[in-house]
Structures are given as C-alpha cells and as structure tokens.
Design a protein. Structure first.
Length: 277
C-alpha cells in the first residue's frame, strides 16, 4: 500500500485541509499519515474560531519518524501559516525525499487577486522557495501571480497562462498546475505544464454558479491520491477536477444548502469507481 503524508492545519469542523485530505486519500486506497500544523475549532469563514498553533511539534514528529525509518510515497503540503512553517517544510523535504517519491505543494495563501489577510508579498515570495523544491505545485492564478511577479488578470488568454506555468517551473518545480483556468464562458478547468517534456495540458468542465470553501483542498488531495493509484499527472488532474465539480453539484442540490463546505462524503463512491477500486 502506498503512503502519503499530508502536512497542513486541521479544522475540526469545516470540510477543508486535513478534514478532507484524510478521508479522501484513505478512500482511494492509500494510507494517509498526517502532520497537523495547527488545530482550529472551525475554518476561518466562521466567526470566533479557536486556533492552537502546532509549529513546535513539527520537528520532533519528523525526528521520530526518521528514527523509525518511516518513508512516504508522497509528501503533500497544504496551508502553511508562517515563514517558520515554510522553512520546516523545506527541512522535511530534505529529510524525506527519495529517488522515487513525489513532493507535492499546494501553496494555499490567496484567491481572487488578493492574499489572505494574514499574509503579505514577502510571504508569497518565501512560499516560492518551497515550491522550488517541489516536484509538483498546484497554485491558483492569484497565488501564481504573487510567486512569479506576473500581473494578476481577471481576463486572460492561453498565452498568459502558458507563460505563468513556465515561470512557475522556472522556480524549480518539475510540473506546475494552475487551477481555476477558464478560456470560454461557462467553462472552468485546470492547465498544467511538464517542464521536462515541454508539454502543456488543459482539462475543463462546466462551470457551476457557486464557489465553496475547501474545494482547492479536495482537488489537491484527489490529485495526489490518484497519482498514488498509478495515474500520470494528466489523468490525475482530470479525475480531481471532475470529482471536485461533482462535489459542488451534489451540494447545490442539497435542500439544507450547506454554506461552509461541500458534501464530498456523498460523492466518494463516484471517486472510488472512477479510479477503478
């Protein structure tokens, strides 16, 4: 059995970060090890949430795993809340990188042209130094613009996205994947670039008229899980995009109209069938 370690915060209620990564990866037939960087009562779209920072636990946990000679087929990082956590992940990559495993970074820190309130441009540049050490990175267009220095645009063409993908790989990653890419009305998708093969790939589906917190985490978790099931990155991207879209569609049809996340649990049977389990 393959084993992924995913390193990010855990929101006890909220359907994001580790709260989605653990069940999705496990349902895909992959062992999911976790390293929580913080524990929140809920995600940050709720008011008056509690948060316990766990930065001081990252190094001793990593040291214990090294003593136990743990190995991971993929190391997958999500939301990181500080410069120190980024530096700890760079150390973790050095410690647990092998010739065959995958270092997968989702640089969750911005959306819709703006950084999250806790971050500034210096943080984005520091995140780029972690992406430089990754095999695969999956930013959205906002995150990519801050890391590459390219102007953020609401309207763009294919040449803009291709240039952004190349610049992302120039940071050091082997494969860059941009989420939330749309070249035509009513469609949205993902576009990726494999630097070694000098190859682009675009996959799209119908755009649904709503957005939910946590869907980026669902996409990334599904993508890395699919690769652990033997899919190449292009096949994995397609599965992750379709599963995320299906989660949104099912949630839209829910009479309870949940606002804080998608009903990804209901759609796990679709995902399991899609990967041939």
């Amino acid at each position: 059995m393959k084993r992924i370690v995913t390193i990010q915060d855990i929101s006890c209620v909220g359907k994001c970060s580790l709260t989605v990564a653990l069940p999705i990866i496990s349902a895909m037939g992959v062992e999911a090890a976790i390293l929580p960087t913080a524990v929140l009562s809920t995600h940050t779209m709720f008011s008056r949430f509690t948060c316990k920072d766990l930065t001081d636990q990252v190094k001793p946990i990593a040291e214990h795993w090294a003593e136990e000679k743990m190995n991971f087929d993929a190391v997958y990082t999500g939301y990181l809340g500080s410069f120190e956590q980024i530096d700890l992940m760079k150390d973790f990559f050095e410690q647990f990188k092998t010739e065959s495993n995958i270092l997968f970074v989702d640089p969750a820190m911005a959306d819709n042209g703006k950084l999250y309130p806790a971050f500034d441009e210096a943080f984005a540049k520091h995140m780029a130094t972690l992406c430089a050490k990754a095999d695969i990175i999956v930013p959205n267009i906002t995150e990519a613009s801050f890391m590459t220095g390219m102007e953020y645009r609401n309207e763009y063409d294919e040449s803009y996205v291709k240039e952004m993908l190349v610049r992302l790989c120039d940071l050091g990653a082997k494969i860059s994947i941009l989420t939330g890419v749309s070249f035509e009305e009513g469609k949205t998708g993902v576009m990726g670039y494999d630097k070694e093969k000098d190859e682009f790939y675009y996959y799209s589906h119908d755009k649904l008229p709503v957005s939910y917190h946590g869907t980026g985490d669902i996409f990334s978790s599904t993508c890395v899980g699919a690769m652990m099931n033997g899919m190449d990155w292009k096949e994995a991207v397609a599965v992750a995009a379709d599963y995320t879209s299906e989660c949104i569609r099912v949630t839209l049809e829910d009479p309870a109209k949940p606002w804080y996340g998608v009903n990804f649990e209901e759609v796990i049977p679709y995902l399991v069938k899609r990967i041939g389990k």
